[in-house]
Structures are given as C-alpha cells and as structure tokens.
Design a protein around this ligand. Structure first.
Ligand SMILES: [Zn+2]
Ligand SMILES: [Zn+2]
Length: 345
C-alpha cells in the first residue's frame, strides 16, 4: 500500500510499504479523506518533536471504509466510519476524573500510531472497544467526518470558557481553528463575535462564518476597536487561536472585567510570554488553556456536523491525491487554503 512516510523533519515522501500488521481485534480502514492540521505542519517542519517517531505516518483527521473488521460484529466490511484519534488509557487519575483529553498514558493516531496519510490505517482494538469509531450517516461525507476532530477540540475549548448568548467573543487568528471558533460561538448564541487576522482572505472567511466584524490588527489599534465594538467594556471572552506569544499579553488587554481568556493554540516548545498580571488581578480575569479532545467532545462535534447544525463543507478549499502529499502540505502551510484534504476516491 502507499503511505506518506516522515523520515526526518522536512522529509516526507510517498512509499510502497507492507499493509499494517494487526493484533487481535484491530481494525483496518481504507482512508478516503484526511485533512491536514496545523500540528501536522509543525511536526513536518520539525517545530514539534515531542512524541514524534521517525519513520512514521502523520494524519489524525480522517474518515474511511472498513477493510478488515477485526472480528467486531458491530462493523461490516465497507462500513463508512470516522474515528476519535486519541485513545485515553481509561484508568489513570485524569481519565477517572473526567479529563481523558489530558491523559498522559494515552496514544494517538498520527503520533504513536501510524496515521491517515496512507491508503490503509490500523485502528487498535482498544479504540474500537472504547467507542472511538462512529458510523457515518449516508448524507455525511468523508471530508465532513474528517473535520469532526478539530471541531471537537474547539468544543472542549469553548466548554471551558462557557461561551453563551451573554458574551462578546474575540477570536485572535482565523485560520481553520479560529473559523471553527467563530462558527461555534455563533451556534452558542454569542451576542457579538469579533475576528482579528492580518490576512484579508481569512477575514472574509470569518465574516462568512458568522463573525460580526473582522479586524486587521496591523491596520488599526485592536484594543481600541474592540472597546468600541463592545460598548467600551472589552470582550467577555478572548480566544487565542494562533500560538503567537505576544497575543497572550494582548488577550488580557482585550478582556472586559470578569472576562475569560483561552490560550487555545499551542506555542512552540520553551516559549514564555508576558501577561498583564494586574489586569488579571483587578479585572478578575480567568485564563485557561485547552488541549485535545475527549470522546464526549468527539460525539458532540460528530452530531453537530451530522445533523447539519454546523456546515463545515465550505472550509475545505483544496484537494489533493495522496501522491501529491508534498504539494498538499505546502498548500496547507502557505496560508492560501483554509482546509486541505488528501483524498483517495
Ligand atoms: Zn488536528
Ligand atoms: Zn488515562
């Protein structure tokens, strides 16, 4: 079978390899659509190395068709399925207290387990038994199903912030993740949604996704503009959807009294940032992180997309065959695309 093999930072190439070896109960899936995540790019470029193996196969946002059901009666050959790619251990302190996304003993497809930039992917029995696989309804495309994973992470982030109809929300950076934040905040009824991004194409996409205003922070004073847009109060919720350290400081400046700030995007390893500690203290700000997803987030995201409540189809702007994985990664990296899909159809 064909697979895109990462052999070192910046080195990824298509190879013909053996079909994955399966242990008892493992399932094989023929990948039909996989989407490229910012994390895939960071790994490809060597900016993220923790937990990364060489050689390995990246790709954790995907859906496909069952090729070998591993003896599970619930799965038939040819069934269309999507997968929650994080497999928590299920028994550590974090798993037991409802924080399985933070489980340090878990494994993830596309990291410890070879991922979806390949014709066929192996799903460990443990994931099948834990309910990580979901059947796609007929009307749900493989591409839509691939986008369930990033939406799950966004749901986790907004649950931590408790975004509601009472809130004005600022999203800093409206790449694919920021756009999902805009869409979700809209669904949750946020009363005003303000997007900020220097990229004009992304600002236009944010307005289409439901933002009330989209600001170019290089052309005007973002803090002043957000004040003006929020009756002089500042934002109830500020979401950093891009890992730029200076934005952490700016987020505290943008938040209203009693505001909540999410450092949603990951930062490069070893990076530290300033925050306005007096602002956090006197304005009683809550600063939170958000990492990964739990199975419940995956199920919520899956149902949100499957029911048509959230339309993610317009987010896929570019499609490539697996043979052109290099070009696909380059397109995802250069900012011209929203979401890039790698297809095998
Ligand atoms: Zn991802
Ligand atoms: Zn655990």
């Amino acid at each position: 079978m064909k697979a895109a093999i990462l052999t070192a930072p910046n080195e990824i190439s298509l190879s013909d390899i053996e079909m994955p070896n399966t242990n008892q109960g493992d399932v094989l899936i023929r990948v039909r659509a996989a989407t490229i995540c910012g994390t895939d790019i960071r790994i490809y470029r060597g900016r993220k190395t923790a937990g990364v193996r060489y050689p390995s196969v990246l790709g954790h946002e995907f859906a496909g068709e069952v090729l070998d059901n591993g003896g599970h009666d619930s799965l038939k050959i040819g069934d269309r399925v999507g997968l929650c790619p994080f497999i928590a251990c299920g028994h550590c302190r974090l798993c037991k207290t409802g924080h399985e996304n933070l489980c340090t003993q878990g494994t993830a497809v596309g990291y410890e387990i070879d991922g979806a930039f390949a014709e066929v992917i192996r799903i460990p029995a443990q994931a099948v038994e834990a309910g990580n696989l979901r059947h796609l309804p007929d009307h749900m495309s493989y591409e839509e199903a691939a986008l369930v994973e990033p939406l799950s992470c966004v749901i986790n982030g907004q649950n931590k912030l408790d975004v509601s109809s009472a809130d004005s929300v600022v999203v800093l950076g409206v790449g694919p993740i920021g756009l999902l934040h805009v869409k979700l905040a809209r669904l949750r009824g946020a009363r005003r949604i303000i997007a900020s991004d220097p990229n004009a194409q992304r600002r236009a996409a944010a307005l289409e996704a439901g933002a009330d205003v989209a600001i170019d922070p290089t052309a005007e004073d973002l803090v002043e503009r957000v004040k003006a847009e929020t009756g002089g109060h500042g934002a109830d919720v500020v979401i950093c959807a891009i890992g730029i350290p200076a934005l952490a400081r700016q987020a505290t400046d943008l938040a209203a009294f009693s505001g909540r700030v999410s450092l949603f995007a990951g930062f490069s390893k070893g990076v530290f940032a300033e925050m306005d500690v007096n602002g956090i203290h006197y304005r009683e700000l809550t600063v939170t992180g958000a990492f990964g997803l739990s199975r419940k987030d995956f199920d919520h995201a899956f149902d949100m997309i499957a029911s048509g409540r959230m339309d993610v189809k317009p987010m896929i702007t570019h499609r490539f065959a697996l043979d052109d994985i290099g070009e696909a990664l380059g397109t995802a990296e250069d900012g011209s695309a929203i979401k890039v899909a790698v297809l095998d159809e």
